[in-house]
Design a protein around this ligand. Structure first.
Ligand code: DGJ
Length: 714
């Protein structure tokens, strides 16, 4: 049982494997979060059930009355009243794992349906919310909306760990100590998740470490613009509200227009940031990703973008495909430029017909060639956008976002299509479905290379408040198209991309199998970007290519090793690789295939973090859930300074088993062949000296049968 009513109609506890949240109805009719901490025994139910909720934080604070803090809901009813009074009208425990609370403002027919789902195996609580107006009521305009608030236990102050950055430097780990007031991350008015911030935050009192201490955290599955706000009130209370962004949001709530709020996934780790990431990563792998592909091994992909850009034709791609196949690549992806008059980024976007000059025999011929080589065929699309110099725009100039009489802002010479309009969304859906079916596409890369601006008109409804619905409606249309694609083509791999990692979030990961993490493919930069990405999202969704795009060319092995910590891909111009490089790459691809189940489906331990070593070091260990197999990656990122002489202490192994360590050397036999107990490897560590510029080593560990210590010897 993971959700229990501990006082009839008044108090509930949501339990995970090791932690628990408790909620209770206070005398003022507000449901408040009375406890978050380690899971207590049933003997403590009585104490928990009668904890005084009066001072605890509301789970769904609403603007009105004396609530001056950050609300989960702020709205204006049709008659201008901006005061919400909610009463709990129903509380039901469903399937012993969900608590459904219905709150009502009866005078206006407003119903708030809150669901708390305990994902006990991962120590997470998943929160959904829906706003509805009963028939016969006039409705309201919603201005701020979130599935709820997370109340933090009393503390002097909190440290926030979050992910910030920009194009080519996504998901950089940041640590801040906000003072009294509000600290907000979000998408602003970009209309999509964006590069600036990622919808994830972790909070601790400053004492949590990688493998110790308490960390409260939440991640959001956005439905358009989003924000996560931490509020520290001068009277000493702390809350986090995560939901729709409020900079330019408005939703006309009516009997025929309910509003679903972005899902919040929240949890408490008792084992530091490492346990937090492992819980989130495992949850995404098992419960979030599209069902058909959850337990699958991600293929090694070749993508021609960095090698060819817009300079390719059928012949060039065949040549690259032949070489990729010889390296052991499993999917060959044709990126931007295969359609319309798309010979640069200035024209053709939106014209999704194959460019006959590049493909005189049609795309079918290339698809057949690639399939004949034993590889899957992948195709890039950017369906939400159009170049003004494209037939699609000439035919439908009214399909882009813009305010009447005002110029539409161009980014990368392109405009955003108004997918909030059903006919535009239907066109996009039909076009992509048709492409996938017609060419037998195995892998679709869905790109989005500009934010939304001037979200001006929404179809035939010029009401300026309704225009503010556009980012949410646009996002809902994208999600529906992706869901439909997956439903019709369960075997289709989908990669989410937005100029690199601009769409890395839980909502995309429910509809796409993988994420293009960043356009920055410099191996050392990538290790820092990947550290941040993996804080919330699992390695089997983290696409990483080996490219030639290296200012100070790191060795091929180093570039491979960096990419092998996620889903290995190749984006280099392999037609220029020497015979030696080809042999080396083949060997490294083989090595990756031998360990990728551990990387992609294992638990990750961050042994050294770029963000905590002034960008100098990175070391990661992936271990299978049964701890029978593991792989360690160690990197020295900086070319300057002393070498790294660490014995790497290996967290995550079974202390009671003996492991054989074998180095996966790029060439010849590795220096390391050793045997030791998991305990010794954790306490003494593995010596893995790294010298010279950008150096790396990879060691595979296999548990030997039998135990290394007698039972109970600890
Ligand atoms: C941005 C993506 O991140 C790149 O990988 C590539 O697909 C380009 N767009 C193509 O325009």
């Amino acid at each position: 049982m993971t959700v229990r009513e501990i006082r009839p109609g008044r108090a509930w506890v949501l339990e995970g494997r090791t932690t628990a949240f408790a909620l209770a109805l206070a005398d003022d009719g507000v449901v408040r979060q009375t406890y978050v901490g380690p899971r207590l025994g049933p003997g403590d139910d009585a104490l928990l059930a009668h904890a005084d909720p009066a001072k605890a934080g509301a789970v769904f604070p609403v603007a009105g009355g004396l609530e001056f803090g950050l609300p989960a809901l702020r709205l204006a009813y049709a008659d201008g009243v901006r005061d919400v009074r909610l009463a709990l009208v129903a509380a039901v425990v469903l399937d012993r794992s969900r608590l459904a609370l219905t709150l009502e403002d009866a005078a206006y027919g407003l119903r708030v349906l809150l669901t708390f789902r305990s994902e006990a195996a991962y120590d997470l609580v998943v929160r959904d919310a829906r706003l509805e107006i009963a028939p016969g009521h006039a409705g309201a305009v919603v201005r701020e909306a979130a599935a709820g608030a997370l109340a933090l236990p009393p503390a002097e102050r909190y440290r926030l760990t979050h992910l910030a950055g920009g194009w080519a430097c996504e998901t950089q780990v940041r640590r801040d100590w906000p003072g009294e007031g509000r600290f907000e991350i979000g998408s602003g008015t970009r209309g999509f998740t964006g590069h600036a911030h990622n919808p994830f935050v972790a909070l601790d009192d400053g004492s949590a470490g990688e493998e110790s201490g308490r960390v409260l955290f939440c991640a959001l599955a956005p439905r358009g613009d989003w924000r996560i706000v931490y509020e520290r009130a001068p009277e000493g209370t702390h809350r986090v509200v995560a939901g729709y962004g409020a900079d330019d949001f408005g939703w006309r709530l009516g009997p025929d227009a309910p509003l679903d709020l972005p899902t919040i996934v929240q949890g408490l780790s008792l084992g530091g940031f490492g346990a937090m990431s492992r819980a989130l990563n495992a949850y995404v792998r098992a419960r979030v990703l599209p069902e058909g592909r959850r337990s699958c091994i991600r293929p090694v992909v070749y993508n021609a973008w960095e090698a060819a850009g817009f300079a390719f034709d059928d012949r060039r791609l065949r040549g690259l495909a032949d070489r990729a196949a010889r390296l052991g690549v499993e999917v060959f992806v044709v990126d931007d430029g295969w359609f319309g008059r798309r010979v640069s980024d200035r024209a053709g976007l939106g014209d999704w017909t194959v460019n006959a000059e590049r493909f005189p025999d049609g795309l079918e011929a290339l698809v057949a060639h690639v399939h004949g080589l034993g590889m899957g065929f992948g195709l890039w699309v950017e369906p939400e956008m159009v170049n003004p110099d494209a037939d699609l725009f000439r035919a439908h100039p009214d399909w882009v976002y813009r305010f009447p009489g005002r110029p539409a802002t161009e980014v990368r010479h392109q405009l955003a299509l108004n997918l909030a309009r059903p006919e535009v969304a239907a066109f996009v859906a039909g076009t992509i479905q048709d492409l996938v079916a017609r060419y037998g596409i195995d892998y679709l890369k869905w790109d989005m290379n500009r934010p939304l601006t001037e979200v001006g008109t929404t179809g035939d409804r010029p009401d300026p408040l309704v225009d503010r619905e556009a980012p949410a409606r646009h996002t809902a249309a994208v999600y529906a198209i992706l869901e439909d694609l997956k439903a019709r083509h369960p075997a289709l791999w989908i990669e989410a991309c937005a100029s690199g990692g601009g769409r890395a979030d839980l909502a995309m990961l429910a509809r796409a199998d993988q994420v293009w993490t960043s356009d920055n493919t410099f191996a050392s930069d990538r290790l820092a970007i990947q550290e941040g990405y993996a804080l919330a999202y699992p390695a089997l969704t983290m696409d990483a290519w080996v490219t030639d795009n290296q200012e100070a060319q790191a060795s091929l092995a180093y570039r491979f090793h960096s990419a092998m910590t996620g889903v290995l891909g190749i984006g280099a111009d392999v037609s220029r690789w020497s015979g030696r490089e080809v042999l080396l790459a083949r060997r490294l691809v083989r090595q990756y295939k031998a360990i990728r189940a551990i990387v992609q489906h294992g638990d990750a331990y961050r042994l050294r973090r770029p963000s905590e070593s002034a960008g100098r070091e990175s070391a990661l260990l992936y271990v299978t859930p049964d701890r029978g197999e593991a792989v360690v990656f160690a990197f020295r990122l900086m070319a300057t300074g002393h070498g790294v002489e660490w014995p790497l202490r290996l967290a995550g192994l079974d202390p009671d088993r003996r492991y054989r360590a074998t180095e996966l050397a790029p060439v010849g036999a590795g220096a390391i062949r050793a045997e030791a107990s998991g305990l010794a490897l954790a306490e003494i560590g593995l010596a893995l000296p790294l010298r010279g510029r950008e150096a790396s080593r990879v060691v595979r560990l296999r548990a030997l049968s039998g135990r290394s210590r007698p039972e109970g010897a600890r």
